[in-house]
Structures are given as structure tokens and as C-alpha cells.
Write a protein of this length. Structure first.
Length: 131
């Protein structure tokens, strides 16, 4: 868990083109509630009602005020531990690997064959098919 090295009482994510800013999870781990731009491309799902508020930029002042005046309503580090901690991430990865290992080999081979064919230059395909 991160230590808060300053006196911040909330985190602000203003960007909208970022692809899942890791500062959201880092701040949640440090028990810092977030106000996140509702137009953020990826990452809004990290911010649950216990972790912070997703708001349009025009509504940031109200969202910030809500966090600062009702801090007891938010528990970002508990939300981080429950959904995004390294232990949870490892469990999710292990589950994905286990699922991949139980798939039929023929499915994997046909997918690889399709990828090979689709990535083969057209001129080589025509020569092979004698067109």
C-alpha cells in the first residue's frame, strides 16, 4: 500500500484520452478518493461509488466538495484491496492461463493457421493457389 507523501485529500483525473491511468489505482491503494473525468477513454470502471466519483468536468467542483465534506462515505483502499490488489491480479491471470490450457489444441491450431494465412502476402497466396 502506498504511503501518502503529501497532504492530498483527493485525486483528480482530468484527461479524457488516457488509456486507463495507473494513477487511479495507485491513489486508491493510498486511500485517496478520486474525481475522474466522465469522458476518460478507459479507467472509469475502476472508480466505484466507494472509491470516488466519475463526473463531467463542469461538475468537478460539486464532486470535489462531496468528497471533502463526506469523506466517511468513501473507502478507496478497501475497494482497491477487494478488486485490484496484486493478489487479485495474480488470481485473475492464473484463471486466464488455466482456461487457455484447457482449450482444445485443434482450436488453437486453426486460429494460428488462419493468422498465418491472413498475414501471408497476397502475391504468395496467388502463387500457391496458382491463380
Amino acid at each position: 500500500v502506498l504511503f501518502r507523501s503529501n497532504a492530498s485529500r483527493l485525486g483528480l483525473i482530468l484527461s479524457q484520452d488516457d488509456g486507463g491511468p495507473r494513477t487511479i489505482l495507485e491513489s486508491m491503494a493510498g486511500d485517496l478518493p478520486q474525481v475522474v473525468n466522465a469522458k476518460l477513454a478507459v479507467g472509469r470502471a475502476y472508480v466505484t461509488p466507494r472509491a470516488g466519483i466519475v463526473a463531467e468536468l463542469e461538475k468537478f467542483p460539486q464532486a470535489m466538495d462531496e468528497i471533502l465534506t463526506q469523506r466517511e462515505k468513501f473507502s478507496p483502499s478497501a475497494e482497491f484491496q477487494a478488486k485490484f490488489s496484486p493478489d487479485i491480479a495474480c488470481q485473475n491471470i492464473a484463471q486466464i492461463i488455466a482456461q487457455a490450457q484447457t482449450q482444445k489444441l485443434s482450436t488453437g491450431l486453426s486460429r494460428h493457421a488462419r493468422n498465418w494465412w491472413n498475414n501471408w502476402p497476397m502475391t504468395a497466396r496467388f502463387r500457391w493457389m496458382r491463380i
